[in-house]
Design a binder for this molecule. Structure first.
Ligand code: HEC
Ligand code: HEC
Length: 388
């Protein structure tokens, strides 16, 4: 009997000691994690990005790398400098459906300020409610893009602005007819005169005014901007870890870098779906270089939580699906990697920078939390009065 009691006592004591050790261990782990996050928080919010931990960069990414941070001051081109009168004219034209064949569709129909200057649709509809084949991108911060569209086919914002007017599925109007229609509207004369010194309406002036207006659409300071400037308590622990993962283990920074969160390069993200009904050859359609089959312009991640559905084809939603896709190394279905286009066999070659990331569920959550800090609040904009 005595023996049994001693055994019970020994077992109780061992369980107690073991449990205590376990708890201490868990506590140690936690405080280690916490002190690591505290340290990261203070470094990242120090106001000096040269003290940040080194980014994990692929050698291929180095030539196009610059550190993430604030958006620089906008530079207006020498042949199209800023004036508030020109921006106002541009804004008016941006909202004017009379630039379209049906007099019903304006730029603002698909680039709506309340929807982060996009339309939150997989594909936009335009003339006669026809669907396009690519997702409308936000025009916020395009002043920092070195080429426009998912395939970079427009070299400047000025050149881009005529394209949707002439696109049969978008505004479906010849630019000369659109220009004539604007010229016949009496109320526009004074706006052109104030913007350009003469009331004569030309298609070049229309392009310059719209581009000037678009260049003003810059994100205000985001939570990320304020955090790195020293407001250290603005970020949750998850957001701090997400920022660190973005620059290190998850390697997003290889392509999404600079204050614009894009290196303005064309990359194959494994999304081209060659050989399927949805195939999109992307950059190849512009350069005809087989190496460019399936490459798209690296999009900005500023405002990204507001601009879904995502990717050139709007195929991804919710945002978490993109993170899971990257975590799996952006896998391409073996049957959707090649196609014959105009007699030429083309293969999609996914970027070598994309490989499985081994992120835990928690880390994916943290990365997503960080992406949220790059978005700002919805802006309500009073539409301009259209001249008569
Ligand atoms: C019917 C919907 C629709 C209309 C109307 C429309 N857009 Fe777009 N916009 C899109 C789509 C879709 C894309 C992406 C197309 C692509 O990449 O091939 C786009 C892309 C853009 C881009 C490129 C952004 C970037 O980051 O590269 C700019 C700039 C732009 N549009 C400005 C305009 C202007 C200016 C007008 C009016 C003259 C206009 N859009 C009218 C749907 C539209
Ligand atoms: C090899 C370069 C590269 C790397 C690395 C990369 N991206 Fe991308 N990212 C792209 C390209 C190119 C696209 C556009 C692909 C398309 O449209 O099909 C894109 C699109 C996106 C989009 C959709 C944006 C939109 O407006 O539709 C998100 C979100 C995104 N990336 C987040 C990330 C995150 C988070 C990481 C790190 C886990 C990452 N990216 C790593 C090149 C890259």
């Amino acid at each position: 009997m005595k023996n049994i009691w001693s055994w019970i006592l020994i077992i109780v004591i061992s369980v107690f000691v073991f449990n205590n050790c376990l708890q201490k261990n868990v506590y140690n782990e936690m405080s280690k994690d916490q002190s690591f996050i505290d340290k990261l928080r203070s470094i990242y919010s120090s106001g000096n990005s040269s003290t940040w931990p080194k980014p994990t960069l692929d050698s291929k990414a180095v030539p196009h790398f610059s550190e993430i941070g604030h958006l620089p001051k906008i530079e207006y081109p020498l042949d199209n400098p800023y004036s508030s009168e020109k921006a106002l004219l541009g804004k008016t034209l941006f909202y004017d459906p009379r630039l379209s064949g049906s007099n019903q569709i304006a730029c603002a129909s698909c680039h709506d300020p309340e929807l982060a200057w996009t339309d939150n649709k997989t594909f936009s509809f335009g003339h006669d409610r026809q669907l396009g084949s690519r997702n409308a991108m936000t025009i916020m911060n395009i002043a920092y893009a070195t080429s426009l569209f998912w395939d970079g086919r427009a070299e400047s914002i000025e050149k881009q602005s005529h394209m949707p007017i002439e696109d049969l599925k978008e505004m479906n109007e010849h630019i000369d007819i659109a220009t004539d229609k604007i010229a016949k509207i009496k109320g526009y004369e004074i706006l052109f005169e104030k913007a350009f010194g003469s009331g004569k309406v030309t298609k070049e002036k229309i392009a310059k005014a719209i581009a000037t207006f678009e260049r003003t659409l810059v994100s205000p300071q985001s939570k990320f901007d304020k955090f790195i400037d020293g407001q250290s308590s603005l970020f949750s622990d998850n957001e701090v870890m997400g920022l660190h993962l973005f620059r290190t283990k998850a390697q997003c920074i290889n392509c999404h870098n600079s204050g614009y969160f894009s290196n303005n390069q064309f990359e194959n993200d494994g999304t081209a779906l060659l050989g399927s009904k949805q195939q999109d050859l992307g950059r190849y359609l512009v350069t005809r270089n087989p190496d460019d089959a399936g490459k798209f312009r690296v999009p900005t991640l500023r405002e990204v939580t507001r601009t879904g559905p995502w990717m050139h084809n709007g195929a991804f939603t919710p945002l978490r699906d993109i993170l899971t896709f990257y975590n799996n190394g952006s896998p391409e279905a073996p049957k959707k990697k090649s196609t014959v286009y105009q007699g030429i066999t083309l293969h999609s070659k996914k970027s070598e920078m994309l490989r499985p990331l081994n992120l835990t569920v928690k880390e994916i959550e943290q990365l997503e939390a960080f992406l949220g800090t790059l978005s700002t609040r919805m802006q309500r904009l009073t539409p301009p009065k259209l001249p008569e």
